[in-house]
Write a protein that binds this ligand. Sequence first.
Ligand code: UD1
Length: 420
Amino acid sequence: MDRFVIRGGNPLKGKIRVSGAKNAVLPLFAAALLADGPCRLTNVPRLRDVHTMIRVIETLGAKVEWIEPGEVQIDGSGVTNLEAPYDLVKTMRASFIVLGPLVARHGYARVALPGGCAIGVRQVDLHLKGLQAMGATIEMGEGYVAAHAKQLHGGLIYLDFPSVGATENLMLAASLTPGVTIIENAAMEPEIGDLARFLTSMGARVKGAGSKVIEVSGVERLAAANHRVIPDRIEAGTFMIAAAITGGHVTVEQAPCDMLESLTAKLLETGASIYLGEDSVEVTGPKTIRAVNLTTQPHPGFPTDLQAPFMAYLALARGTSLVTETIFENRFMHVAELRRMGADIQVQSARGALLNGVSHLSGAPVMASDLRAGAALVVAALAAQGETDISRIYHVDRGYEMLDAKLRGAGADIERIKEA
Ligand code: UD1
């Protein structure tokens, strides 16, 4: 298990380049299972979660090849095994997304129930209700979900919550299903738009992606296509926060500025300066961070995935901030670790935390409990006095490509300690 050792206090300076989006590329791999031939994806980040997704679809019988760095070829036409096993699904919930494409194309799929994770229960009821509305029979047993349908049909689906994963799973299934499927109260995250663009280039007919209502008119077959993955807005946002907390000046390159409006607005409120370019953003940290309140919301609201890193930033603000988490029920695992570094944060309920800004954070041994909690600790450590030793950074490696090297390139004193 690798660790990061970070000696804080260096203002970040220079340029940091953003990789392809983890949350976009995982459903794109699932989409390739619908195509008649080999699809190529470019701007694919080398992440633990990407490798897990590749193992999942290879287990199903897909052929996956890294052509060159960032470019992957996926041939899903030879899928014969319709079961995604527990030992893979448990390591990455997002692998549940293969259910929709498999049942649409092959009439059957058996996928392990992902179960909860560090940040909450994370049910899949909306995925299943949607597939049932399209004619699938769902059976649960032995920790697995089995979905059967000789032939799915179009349907009207209302999501009680705009779940990102459920919206994607259903769009994937509907693309190869006769009839029209309408998904109401759909998620509007930018990764949904990216999936729709890839599906469209394969010949799917998808309207309304990025809005609350998505209409998919199924086609008989989907052709192979190539696609460039959108940049990772959460990674970009993490670098913006890291620049601000260290009082640095950073140009985040290949930043999807139009997807970062809520974060940009909040950083401006705290006193940071931001210059939005065409595909880059320059952030200058404030001399004094102003306290602000923050509520996570589905897109275009403030992303839950940036709540933890932003909280690390607000720990150093002048004044009191209230952070409200509305998406996940247990997403304050980083608070205890930030408190070990000297932050004054009280968790008031499963949804709300009150921060009284402190003048400085101090380095300490801390532990990453999940991906974004790990990112929060890195952000805090960059600004802390002294040395922070962050263990369990395999969580961070799930979603940040070469985080240590990228931060080092901007002047951070960060070292990866490899352990056998
Ligand atoms: C995706 C992102 C994740 C992000 C999250 C919210 C990927 C790979 N991951 O996760 O980084 O934090 O969106 O923006 O894209 N829920 C149900 N029933 C369901 C599905 C979800 O109750 O059937 C609940 C979950 O328990 C959770 C909330 O809805 O509380 C949001 O989940 P969802 O939008 O589905 O997130 P993911 O797709 O898992």
